[in-house]
Design a protein around this ligand. Structure first.
Ligand code: EPZ
Length: 434
C-alpha cells in the first residue's frame, strides 16, 4: 500500500504539463489490435490502468513495444488467443473493450467481467445489447465470471442506447468498424474520448461519422491499417489541477490542454471567484485563486458531456467545502460516488449526503489534516486536494487508486510547490480500477 504525507496550507505556483487522456487511451489500445499492421500511440499516460491493459493484450499474443513511457507500438498480427481472464484484468473496467475489439477482429471473445471502482452497480447490458444487435451471441457465465461472445456474420444494425454510456458507445464502435454494412448508434455518449477513439479508428481507415453528437454512424470496412496517433490531453487530470489551485490558492498554468473540454469546470470555478484564462495559443489555461480570498458557493449537477463530469464531482466538492455559504452537489451518473465525504468530515468539512445522491455542503473556513483513506480514484484526487488546502498534516492511505489514473500526481504537485511525499507501507495492493 502506498500513501501520501501532505503538509497543507502551501499555495501552488508554476506550470503543470497535462498528460494524455486515460479513458481515451484505454479504447485506443484495444482498437489498435484490430489491424495486423503496427500502430504507434503517442501521448500515452503512464498510469497503472494503461499498463494492465497493455499486459492483457500482450497476454493474448499482441506485440507491445514500449518505446518510452508515453509511446507504444502495438501489433495485433500475432494475436493467438481470444481468452482474457487473468486475475489482473478482472480488476480493470476497460477489460470490456477487449470484448468489442476481439469480436471485430476474431469474431470470438472470452473476457472476464469488468471490475472497476465501487462507484455504483455499473452494468454492461448496453454493451451486450449493442453486440447482440450486430449478430453476436453473448453469454454471461456466472461460474467463471466471464462473457463468452461469438459471431459468424458480423453485420451492421441500428442500436438505441437506453443510457448514453461511454463504455458501450466505444465498445460498439470497436466491434462495428469491421462489420458488414452500416451501424447507427443513437443516444451515443459524446465525451471527448469518444471523439478521440473515433478519430483514431478513422486514422486506421475506419469510416465513423458523427462522433461527438448523439448519433454515430459506422460504415463497416473490409480491413484497417496501421497508424500513428497522439492521444488528446486528459480533461479530468486538467480539471483536477484546476480544483487543486482553487482550493489551495495560487497561480498555475496548465500546458497541453484543450480549453473547450474544460468549459463545464472552468465556468463553475469562475462562478465562485477563480480566474481562468485561456492562452492565445489555445493549448494552455491559467488558474488564479487569490490567497486570503474566500471562494463562493454553487450548485453542481453531474451530467454527460458537455455537462459537469461525474469524474470531477469529488474534486469540486473539496473546493466548495471551503467556500462561503451553502453549496449543493448532485450525482446523477453513479449511485455510490460520495464515499469520500466521510473522510472529508474527519478533516472538519460540514457536508451531509442525502440518498447517496446529493451533498449539502455548508462551507467552512478551514479544514485540518488527519489520517484518512482513499476509497476510489477520483475520490483520492479530491482528498489530496482537501489535504493541500488543509492546515497541518494529512496521511492519505491507499493512494494506489490515484496511481491508476494520474501519472506522477505527487511529483507534478511538488513541482508547483506542494509539500507532498509518497511512502510505501507494504506491497499488498489489490485494487479494483476505474
Ligand atoms: C466511463 O465508465 C469511464 N471509464 C468512467 O471513468 C466515467 O466515470 C464514466 O465513463 C462516465 O463518464 C472508462 O472510460 C474506462 P458509462 P463507464 O457506461 O463506461 C449506466 C474514472 O474515474 N450503464 O458511461 O463504466 C452506468 O451504470 C472513471 O476515470 C448502464 O446502465 O461509464 C452509469 O449509470 C470512473 N448499462 C451510466 O450508464 C450499461 O451497459 C454511465 O456509465 C453501461 C452503463
Amino acid at each position: 500500500m502506498n500513501r501520501y504525507i501532505i503538509n497543507g496550507g502551501k499555495s501552488l505556483h508554476g506550470d503543470v504539463v497535462i498528460g494524455g487522456a486515460k479513458n481515451a487511451a484505454l479504447g485506443i489500445i484495444a482498437g489498435a489490435i484490430l489491424t495486423d499492421e503496427p500502430v504507434t500511440i503517442e501521448n500515452l499516460p503512464d498510469v497503472s490502468d494503461i499498463n494492465v491493459l497493455l499486459d492483457a493484450i500482450k497476454g493474448i499474443g499482441a506485440t507491445v513495444d514500449r518505446i518510452d513511457p508515453h509511446k507504444v507500438v502495438i501489433c495485433g498480427k500475432t494475436i493467438n488467443s481470444v481468452v482474457v481472464k487473468s486475475e489482473v484484468i478482472q480488476k480493470i473496467r476497460a477489460s470490456y473493450y477487449l470484448l468489442g475489439a476481439l469480436i471485430g477482429k476474431k469474431g470470438q471473445a472470452q473476457v472476464a467481467m469488468p471490475g472497476g471502482c465501487d462507484i455504483g452497480s455499473r452494468p454492461i447490458d448496453q454493451h451486450l445489447k449493442g453486440f447482440r444487435a450486430l449478430g453476436v451471441n453473448c453469454d454471461e457465465n456466472e461460474k467463471d465470471n466471464c462473457i463468452y461472445a461469438n459471431v459468424t456474420n458480423l453485420r451492421g444494425n441500428g442500436i438505441f442506447l437506453d443510457v448514453a454510456s461511454v463504455g458501450a458507445t466505444i465498445n460498439i464502435m470497436l466491434a462495428a468498424v469491421l462489420a458488414k454494412g452500416q451501424t447507427t448508434v443513437e443516444n451515443a455518449a459524446k465525451e471527448p474520448h469518444i471523439v478521440d477513439v473515433a478519430n483514431f479508428l478513422n486514422s486506421m481507415g475506419a469510416r465513423i461519422k458523427g462522433a461527438g453528437t448523439d448519433v454515430i454512424r459506422i460504415y463497416g470496412v473490409e480491413s484497417l491499417r496501421g497508424t500513428e496517433y497522439s492521444i488528446i490531453p486528459d480533461q479530468i487530470e486538467a480539471g483536477t489541477f484546476m480544483c487543486a489551485v482553487a482550493a489551495a490558492k495560487g497561480d498555475v498554468t496548465l500546458k497541453n490542454v484543450i480549453p473547450r473540454h474544460l468549459e463545464a469546470i472552468s465556468s463553475k470555478l469562475e462562478e465562485i471567484g477563480v480566474r481562468v484564462e485561456e492562452s492565445a495559443s489555445g493549448d494552455e489555461v491559467r488558474i488564479v485563486a487569490e490567497e486570503g480570498t474566500r471562494l463562493g458557493s454553487s450548485t453542481v449537477r453531474t451530467r454527460v458531456y458537455p455537462g459537469f463530469p461525474t469524474d470531477m464531482q469529488p474534486q469540486i466538492t473539496s473546493v466548495l467545502m471551503l467556500g462561503s455559504g451553502n453549496s449543493t452537489v448532485t450525482e446523477t451518473i453513479f449511485e455510490n460516488r460520495f464515499r469520500y465525504v466521510e473522510e472529508l468530515r474527519k478533516m472538519g468539512a460540514d457536508i451531509d449526503v442525502k440518498d447517496n445522491k446529493t451533498a449539502k455542503i455548508h462551507g467552512v473556513e478551514s479544514v485540518t489534516g488527519t489520517h484518512i483513506e482513499v476509497p476510489d480514484l477520483r475520490a483520492g484526487a479530491a482528498l489530496t486536494i482537501a489535504a493541500l488546502a488543509a492546515g497541518g498534516q494529512t496521511v492519505l492511505d491507499w493512494i494506489d487508486y490515484i496511481e491508476r489514473g494520474y501519472e506522477d500526481f505527487d511529483g507534478k504537485l511538488r513541482g508547483i510547490g506542494a509539500d507532498i511525499v509518497k511512502e510505501t507501507v507494504d506491497d499488498r495492493s489489490n485494487l479494483g480500477t476505474e
